[in-house]
Design a protein around this ligand. Sequence first.
Ligand SMILES: NC(=O)C1=CN([C@@H]2O[C@H](COP(=O)(O)OP(=O)(O)OC[C@H]3O[C@@H](n4cnc5c(N)ncnc54)[C@H](O)[C@@H]3O)[C@@H](O)[C@H]2O)[C@@H](O)CC1
Ligand SMILES: Nc1ncnc2c1ncn2[C@@H]1O[C@H](COP(=O)(O)OP(=O)(O)O)[C@@H](O)[C@H]1O
Ligand SMILES: [K+]
Length: 533
Amino acid sequence: MIRAHSVEAVRAAEATAMAALPEGELMSRAALGLAEVAAARLADTDGTTVVGLVGAGDNGGDTLYAVAHLAESGFACAVVLVPTAGRSGVHAAGLAAAEAAGVMVHVAADDPDAVADVVAEADLVLDGIVGIGGRPGLRPEAARLVDAVDDDAWVIAVDLASGLDPAGEEGEDDAVWADETVTFGTPKPVHLLPAGEAATGRLTVVDIGIDLADVAAAVERLTWDDVAALWPVPGSGDDKYSRGVLGVVAGSEAYPGAAVLCTTSAAEAGVGMLRYVGTPTPVGLVHQAVPEAVMGEGRVQAWVVGPGLDTETADDAARAQLDAARAALASDLPVVVDAGGLALVDGRRTAPTVLTPHAGELARLLTRLEAPSAGTDDGTQGGSGASAGGSGAGRPVGGSGDGGDDAQHEVTADDVKGAPLGHARRLVALTGATVLLKGATTLVVTDGEPVRSQADAPPWLATAGAGDVLSGVIGALLAAGLSPHDAASLGALVHGVTADRVSGGGPLRALAVAHGIRPTVRDLLARGRSAPG
Ligand SMILES: NC(=O)C1=CN([C@@H]2O[C@H](COP(=O)(O)OP(=O)(O)OC[C@H]3O[C@@H](n4cnc5c(N)ncnc54)[C@H](O)[C@@H]3O)[C@@H](O)[C@H]2O)[C@@H](O)CC1
Ligand SMILES: Nc1ncnc2c1ncn2[C@@H]1O[C@H](COP(=O)(O)OP(=O)(O)O)[C@@H](O)[C@H]1O
Ligand SMILES: [K+]
């Protein structure tokens, strides 16, 4: 598992470590590690020239010492001091070390054009403008230097790409776009979150001897090696019921294929038993595609509700299926709610719940649930008595404070994409559920848990039906007894890794991803068995 810690946790751990070390020792370790990475990249690319962009804080200090090391190793090195105060505005001891090593020192404010030319010559650029002390965005004088960097230069962000929000809450276009980030002690949230991941590039962590082993992470990412520890592997005493029965309420006359995709992936994920509830067309298709599935309701340990569910049609079969969906939501069993099922959610369930919206679905849910008088948005069904909350669990009033009295604020998909984590948290606050927000980086947010962030899938996975496959995997894991947080994040990991294998760099289809789940899990489990220790 990769663990990222908040800025506050990092500063506290640094303070503890510094108290036991000679002054400047941590910065000296950071700078040495940074210089070693930079020297290796220069060797890989036959580069010879280095420019460090140096801001006013300790991030600039790291950069000055690192460039001094690189100059001592024989590279042609210069630094550009970004603050308008020039030499007096930067880390004094770091500047002295750089000058002593023969580094050329330029002050950006003195001659901006000439300095831009110096930057443009560099084979390798160290971005030391700001680190964890930075506010989002770049000031114009910094942006001008960043614009001057040659497209072929290797850009290493020191600790984080300047301009990004270190907490990764807000997206920021005005930031350094790094090929690589060399960070110190531990990853920071921005490195793993959608707001900063692309601008971070390759992430390299330098050990500077700070201890965060017992400190809760702000953001976590499951890796391949976590699968063996988390995946529910049956023992000799198990039977199909003890392994977990999953009920699936999915598909409709309008969208029958979703039922096939969801049940196929649940079967491929190795669920103990599968029950399917649907209308005649998907029942026939599921019967053919997944002969293991049993048709109709019965005892289950968890439900998937919603892929391809049609909440608009009111014929008898569709109504019976919707009744089953509502009963599942009103039950005390774990439920994964996806796609059409999200329209039936109108508040808190007390039982474990995973909501799996994409950005557009999250925007619609927030708009509806934060409205002064919320209800289900499938108006055809009227009676709110069959709400997701069941009898005693009405819609919480959270969010009423930001809407204003008359005009309801409509949340858009673009709002969600601009600040995905914050919007996912809003839905967690409204529902108490685990929220899995789909995208290139999928976020799993649960109250009181570190955010899980998975980025395992290729963009080819952005294809119709891929979400139906994901819900089947998560459902199988919930039925086996995993917590919503683990089921959702492990499901996202396996779904993404499978998509990557199935794609192999080319197109994929959702059904192929469903069929790829079984071999992927097998191989990840085998990897765990062969791992040392
Ligand atoms: N505290 C420690 O023990 C260690 C800190 N280290 C380094 O120290 C960094 C943190 O240093 P600081 O706390 O001094 O903070 P930073 O160097 O990240 O930045 C703070 C300075 O940048 C200015 N600034 C903030 N936002 C800006 C923006 N958008 N544009 C331009 N200027 C902006 C501020 O006015 C302030 O002077 C870490 O990221 C890391 O690189 C490392 O040396 C490891 C040890
Ligand atoms: N750019 C991307 N890169 C990787 N994965 C993506 C990207 N965009 C979407 N995905 C993934 O593809 C799946 C799409 O699911 P969804 O939008 O629910 O599709 P559908 O409703 O058609 O099944 C999700 O798992 C999502 O995380
Ligand atoms: K930086």
